[in-house]
Design a protein around this ligand. Structure first.
Ligand code: FES
Length: 575
């Protein structure tokens, strides 16, 4: 039953950048497979020819072919669109370089693709390694240089894309040395393979029999056929350059119209004001004028750290796009004055505050990825003391603080005992994080055991304070897991390490819900399932969460003490 909401979320959460990334990964997989095939030239040309059979068997399998060509067309179209759409780059050198490299690939690869693939489709040519290496090393050495440049460009472009994708992942620091080694080895072996294969062909092609066997009409076609293919490749390349020219012209027209449309003033609420043309996003304006602006995901509408609060009239602002509205809803804000700076393109003067002021400047090259922000799966546990207001009413302030501190101490102890991290204390409540150094299943189990431990420690505390308390201390716990952004948040000396994201907000809401559901804990189905608890271990229920369209499946825990036993039994079953 939960499938439909999940599908809807996926659809709404998938933006243009995500589509470009998925297509890029498919193309990169092809490039890796192709380059490894070239590398077989270090063994022999025969090995290359054997490898290409498996390479084509997979990539020319019809469904794979369709996915591959669709990915290539989509990736290229989105690259062209980015050329039009991007006004400002977050990393001044690497992002424009990535775009230029990507856009040069179609022009460089056109002749090769048309000659080999279209030649096969139209005339049945069988241009494999011997024929192509003969072309590169004997007939037209200039093409060899073009192919070498293409190989390097495609590889660097792919590696930059993979780096941007993976750099915020928790495993990246550990995987980076291996990835770097692969990034250097694969193209090196590939180029060496081409060179070795080409040298062999150069020598073998002196033999008339070899030429008769490998350069017949069936393999390389006639001069007229090749002229036709060259004309097609030339026409398509010109068309592609024409398209790029049109896009550049469109950029020029837009810049002209924006200048004519006038400039607007953006005021940062701290005395700083910048003037930018209409149409720039607030984040682009910050980047253009070197104003530090939190943007962990690089303007991809994924992290919400670029959030701003608009001062004054927000009715005149453009309505949030579907993507922006989705992200804002996910972080639980229905306030129309809160907007994403990377998505908002104001058309008139605007005053605002940044909600997350970056304490690190763009020029701070020494910052670590964990401090800047890292995306990872974490389990959030919110716990809150019940009835603390009544407690305070009937006691001296010192007594209240003493009891709340004992409560938070007992809770923290249970969290630490189960390898969690007490993260934030808000009044008589606390957020604890699990999974900073554990996999999702372990993190879910740790959080559930910690909830059990909290109940046990509070029982002990109640016993200890039984003479002081009119009624025992009670509590509510909410537990939910999911992808969050972790990093240092705050201002100047008040910077704390914490987690941001939907999963954290949902855990807080589940904790609230323990009051209406009259239970000790509410655990999301996500955590229950990931921990591997038996399906009938806890009563199931669907609850409405503020800021979410779809109900959330949860498990209601009347007595949190039983959670440890349930986890242990699931661990025994798994063992
Ligand atoms: S920069 Fe991440 S959502 Fe705007």
């Amino acid at each position: 039953m939960a499938t439909a909401p999940i599908q809807m979320s996926v659809v709404r959460a998938t933006g243009m950048r995500q589509v470009r990334l998925i297509c890029g990964i498919i193309l990169f997989a092809y490039v890796v497979s192709h380059f490894l095939n070239h590398a077989l030239g270090n063994i022999s040309v025969e090995a290359m020819e054997a490898g290409v059979i498996y390479h084509t068997l997979f990539w020319q399998f019809l469904p794979v072919s369709i996915v591959f060509y669709a990915a290539a067309l989509t990736h290229m179209s989105l690259g062209i669109y980015a050329l039009y759409q991007r006004r400002q780059f977050r990393w001044r050198a690497i992002e424009p370089l990535q775009l230029v490299l990507g856009l040069s690939i179609p022009a460089l690869v056109m002749g090769h693709v048309i000659g080999v693939r279209l030649g096969y489709t139209l005339y049945g040519h069988e241009k494999l390694y011997p024929q192509e290496l003969y072309l590169f090393f004997v007939v037209a050495p200039g093409v060899l240089w073009q192919m070498t440049i293409l190989l390097l460009i495609a590889w660097v472009h792919g590696c930059i894309g993979i780096y941007f994708w993976l750099r915020l992942k928790p495993f990246f620091p550990r995987a980076a040395p291996y990835l770097l080694a692969a990034a250097v080895l694969v193209p090196t072996l590939s180029l060496l393979g081409i060179y070795q294969g080409g040298r062999s062909i150069e020598i073998e092609s002196d033999d008339r029999d070899w030429r008769t066997q490998n350069l017949g009409r069936r393999q390389v076609g006639t001069v007229a056929e090749n002229n036709t293919l060259d004309r097609i490749a030339g026409g398509l390349t010109m068309g592609y350059f024409g398209l790029l020219g049109l896009v550049l012209a469109a950029r020029g027209v837009r810049a002209w119209r924006e200048r004519r449309g006038g400039m607007i003033a953006l005021s940062y609420g701290n005395g700083k004001t910048v003037r930018v043309p209409k149409g720039l996003s607030v984040l682009e304006a910050s980047l253009r004028h070197n104003v530090p602006h939190a943007s962990v995901c690089g303007g991809r509408a994924r992290c919400s750290t670029c959030r701003i609060r608009v001062i004054g009239d927000h009715d005149a602002l453009p309505t949030p796009s579907q993507r922006e509205a989705f992200v804002l809803t996910r972080v639980g804000t229905a306030d129309p004055s809160i907007r994403l700076a990377c998505q908002l393109r104001p058309t008139s003067d605007l005053s605002f505050f940044q909600l997350f002021t970056p304490h690190m400047h763009a020029t701070d090259g020494a910052s670590t990825s964990a401090a800047i922000g890292q995306e990872r799966y974490l389990v959030s546990l919110f716990v809150d003391m019940r009835g603390s207001t009544q407690l305070a009413e009937k006691r001296l302030p010192f007594d209240t603080v003493f009891i709340v501190n004992r409560f938070l101490g007992a809770v923290s102890q249970a969290v630490i005992e189960n390898d969690g991290q007490p993260n934030q204390f808000v009044g008589d409540g606390m957020l604890a994080l699990f999974g900073l150094s554990a996999d999702p299943q372990t993190a879910c189990r740790q959080a559930l055991k910690a909830a059990s431990g909290i109940a046990a420690h509070i029982d002990q505390l109640n016993e200890l304070l039984s003479h002081d308390l009119r009624q025992p201390i009670r509590f509510g716990i909410g537990i939910h897991g999911g992808e969050v952004i972790i990093g240092d948040i705050g201002y100047r000396d008040h910077v704390v390490f914490t987690a941001l994201g939907d999963a954290v907000n949902v855990a807080a809401r589940l904790q609230d819900m323990t009051k209406t559901l009259a239970c000790e804990a509410v655990v999301s189905e996500e955590v229950h399932h990931t921990a591997g608890l038996a399906d009938d271990a806890l009563p199931h229920q669907e609850v409405a969460i503020r800021g979410r369209d779809e109900p959330l499946a949860v498990r209601v825990v009347a007595d949190a003490r039983e959670l440890a036993a349930l986890v242990e039994s699931s661990e025994r079953v798994a063992a």
